[in-house]
Ligand binder design. Structure first.
Ligand SMILES: Cc1cc2nc3c(=O)[nH]c(=O)nc-3n(C[C@H](O)[C@H](O)[C@H](O)COP(=O)(O)OP(=O)(O)OC[C@H]3O[C@@H](n4cnc5c(N)ncnc54)[C@H](O)[C@@H]3O)c2cc1C
Length: 444
């Protein structure tokens, strides 16, 4: 082991795992470090947040994914720094992990364009914890509405605002309105869940700005048909406990969801190298970090001179490329190997029976698009069990509208004990008897 070259891969996401796979047979001793014990299929996170899938259906223990690879050891630890001169990765607990080659695939998180104070009122979606917290917020809003006697307040509880018209915002908007109008339709007595209002706010002139204009138009039409209010050209100016303020007025809402900007992991800071506005390491054409030819940054945490999209397949291609460059260097081959990204296409879904597929040579919308979207995602999942479970689950939801993962989990106030989405109660109401006669009658 001592004489073998040491390759450290930080991040067991799409990019990191693709790199590990491509390093098979390289003869190196590989260490995979991740702060979580699971690999997450982020494209389906919104389905956990909106009760279609359970967390374990879209996440896999990293250790198990590489258990057949004797050349790989897995460490669960949070990287806090990199000493590029000593060639060591520093974990938060002080452990130092030496490397000969390093691949950084530490991804990104959502960002609030300098308004981090908005986060408690408009959480985003990146981890399983984010998804189950969002699921809780959504379901608790309906439970509170059942207890609420004041129609104006009930309206706020049943107003769901999603900020950001990219694929995540569009997919969330479609899933939330169908949760209200189909899944929960018959479950409440004090209000009609189908009266819920879902508002999608986008600062730019169209949703899905990275897709072709005709695809954006289709998505907008599909959202409107489902009942989503789409506000375009509407920058958000503030997010607070009562809802959102926009350039065109305020919307009172108990549940605001953030699906806008992203900020890369601090990999650039660890190395003290140049980053772009989103914090991504400005890598060279072969994905190596300027000044550190043995360090590579891939996926959402890197940006090339010609930027590529922040999507799973781009991260995988980059991970494979970094592995190939390292393998060449290990063979003594110093040839320049620029990374060429091949864009396979754009794909997004709107609700349970509409989707947009644009592979360039093939464009599909409607239910054919939806089934193609479904098969594509099932293909990219890991493990036969999850593929079968998810396929059956989707078929069941498609036919019946019933979503089985409607669980309010995690600690937090019960619907009757607080009336704000962030779990905070309006001052003076917790523990005091209801003053409102409507509420008193409802509780009698
Ligand atoms: C809600 C959502 C929906 C999406 N939908 C799609 C979609 O439909 N199609 C698509 O192609 N892409 C989609 N994406 C984007 C796609 O998931 C990312 O582009 C992709 O995951 C990037 O891969 P990565 O390897 O760079 O990072 P990630 O997959 O994010 O992996 C990063 C890994 O690094 C680990 N890590 C981070 N910091 C540290 C640290 N300090 N120490 C140790 N480990 C660390 C993390 O735990 C994680 O495992 C979506 C993303 C989100 C959030």
């Amino acid at each position: 082991m001592k004489d073998k070259p040491r390759i450290v891969v930080v991040g067991g996401g799409f990019g990191g795992l693709a790199a590990i796979k491509a390093l098979k047979g390289s003869g190196a001793h590989i260490t995979l470090i991740d702060k979580r014990n699971h690999h997450l299929f982020q494209p389906l996170l919104y389905q956990v947040a909106t009760t279609s899938l359970a967390p374990a259906e879209i996440a896999w223990p990293i250790r198990h994914l590489v258990h057949r690879r004797n050349d790989v050891r897995t460490l669960m630890g949070e990287v806090a720094g990199v000493d590029g001169h000593r060639k060591e990765v520093a974990l938060a607990d002080g452990t130092m992990v030496p490397y000969d080659y390093l691949i950084l695939g530490t991804g990104a998180r959502h960002a609030y364009f300098g308004h981090s104070d908005w986060e408690p009122y408009a959480p985003g979606l990146k981890t399983l914890e984010d998804a189950t917290a969002m699921r809780r917020r959504l379901l608790v809003a309906f439970e509170k509405a059942e207890l609420e006697g004041d129609p104006a307040r009930r309206r706020e509880l049943l107003t769901f605002v999603i900020i950001g018209g990219g694929p995540t915002g569009v997919e969330l908007a479609g899933a939330v309105i169908e949760l209200a109008r189909i899944t929960l339709r018959d479950d409440f007595r004090n209000f009609r869940p189908e009266d819920a209002r879902v508002v999608l706010i986008e600062a730019g002139p169209r949703v899905l700005p990275n897709f072709k204009p005709e695809m954006s138009e289709y998505a907008q039409r599909a959202l409107k048909e489902l009942g989503v209010e789409v506000l375009l050209g509407t920058p958000v100016t503030a997010v607070h406990a009562d809802g959102v303020d926009t350039a065109n007025g305020s919307i009172k809402s108990n549940t605001v969801i953030w699906a806008a900007g992203v900020l890369a992991s601090p990999a650039a800071k660890w190395l003290g190298v140049e980053a772009d506005k989103a914090g991504r390491v400005k890598v060279r054409e072969d994905l190596s970090v300027p000044g550190y030819p043995e360090v590579f940054a891939i996926g959402d945490t890197a940006v090339l001179p010609k930027p590529i999209p922040g999507i799973g397949d781009a991260a995988k291609q980059a991970g494979r490329h970094a592995a190939h460059v390292i393998r060449a260097r290990l063979r003594g081959d110093a040839t320049a190997m620029p990374f060429h990204y091949h864009h396979l296409g754009d794909i997004a879904t709107v609700g349970r029976s509409r989707a947009l597929i644009d592979f360039g040579w093939l464009k599909l919308t409607g239910w054919i698009g939806w089934w193609t979207w479904g098969f594509a995602h099932i293909y990219f999942l890991i493990g036969m069990k999850n593929r079968i479970f998810i396929a059956l689950n989707w078929l069941w939801i498609y036919l019946s509208g019933y979503r089985s993962a409607r669980l309010i989990t995690q600690d937090g106030p019960t619907p009757a004990s607080a009336s704000r989405a962030d779990g905070s109660a309006p001052a003076g109401t917790v523990g005091t008897p209801p003053q409102d006669s409507t509420k008193a009658r409802l509780r009698a």
